[in-house]
Design a protein. Structure first.
Length: 196
């Protein structure tokens, strides 16, 4: 049996918090959330995680069915730096997280699994017009791609919304875990990205 391809899933939102991301892998309801995630087909937790600095910015738009308030998206075209966290996962786990972010059940044979296992054409692949249906390769670590997902449109094309306190609390938890930032640094970063 062929070993599953490994990739880095890069989170810039609530999934930076370990216990929130674990709900996408093992299933369950995140603290402060209202929906239960089914979990990935492979429920093995990541073997490594790293802090990642992404070129670009985070913005909030729409409304989250999980948290209420705005949803975090990433726009690599806007100048700035985005604090993120990379998890070493299988390509299948990444695809399963993407499915759950779109409120779908993970399924065997998803063609995206093969796509994210290799280099993305032009570093980006749009596979739908849904809010998280654009995969972006943002670099490489140890020869493996750093992959994140966002909306197909840029930040200038949408109305900004303010995220829920529970969502920001998960982001703050993730920032403290992976960056060892103090409360002032966390608050300053979140205020900068969450102001519409």
């Amino acid at each position: 049996m062929r070993e599953a391809a490994k990739v880095w899933y890069v989170s810039y939102g609530s999934n930076m918090a370990w216990r929130r991301f674990a709900c996408y892998v093992r299933g369950g309801q995140p603290p402060g959330g209202i929906r239960v995630n089914p979990g990935a087909r492979d429920r093995t937790l990541p073997e490594r995680d790293i802090a990642v600095d992404l070129p670009g910015t985070v913005y909030f738009a729409g409304e989250s069915p999980q948290w209420g308030g705005g949803v975090a998206f990433y726009d690599p075209a806007v100048p700035g730096t985005t604090a993120a966290r990379g998890y070493l996962v299988t390509a299948g786990q990444l695809v399963d997280v993407m499915a759950q972010e779109m409120y779908r059940e993970p399924v065997d044979g998803d063609p995206l699994e093969e796509l994210v296992s290799g280099p993305l054409p032009d570093g980006r692949h749009v596979f739908g017009d849904g809010r998280y249906e654009s995969v972006v390769e943002v670099g490489r670590v140890d020869g493996l791609p750093l992959l994140t997902f966002t909306s197909p449109h840029g930040s200038e094309l949408v109305e900004r919304t303010r995220p829920a306190a529970s969502y920001l609390a998960m982001m703050a938890e993730g920032l403290r875990e992976c960056r060892d930032w103090d409360e002032a640094a966390v608050a300053s970063y979140l205020e900068r990205i969450s102001t519409p």
